[in-house]
Design a binder for this molecule. Sequence first.
Ligand code: PRP
Length: 171
Amino acid sequence: MKQKVLIPHEKILERVREISRQISEDYWGKDPILIGVLNGVVFFFADLVMGLSIPVRMDFIKASSYGSGMTSSGQIKMIKDVDLPVKDQDVIIIEDIVDSGLTLKSIVETLQTREPASLKVCALIDKGERREHQVDIDYCGFTVEKGFLVGYGLDFDEKFRYLRDICVLES
Ligand code: PRP
């Protein structure tokens, strides 16, 4: 399998800095809870948080939609819930990629039942190819039409997460 660079590391960081600035402006005077969706979000989450100029609290959630192949299983398994209570808090879900939309939709619905003061979604990549579930993305890094993406946290069967760039996997 070959990987072709789609978004180079420097371009990712530049865009992430812009999103950090936007979130800092929108949440000025507040201290939102940022909830990262593990595992793919790790690099994006870290770079995003370090670019903020507001205080935040951090928590993580893990839900699995994929098996070990390239297609979604169509089901969500909640593996780790958040630890912080989100009632009456400003919450931002941080996701690496929105593909079918199933993961994000399930997480949004779950968190909405806990009555946060506000709930927004920040995703590094909005990939339209297989969208089946409508989800609103408030902060979006890049829109990509199609292709299997790896790198900067994104994996194929747990491989390629470590790559600095976002790449398209070619078989
Ligand atoms: C990937 C990705 C998103 C989700 C997107 O996570 O990180 O969370 O799939 O797909 P969807 O929009 O079709 O639901 P995955 O479950 O593979 O776990 P990972 O983050 O550990 O790679």
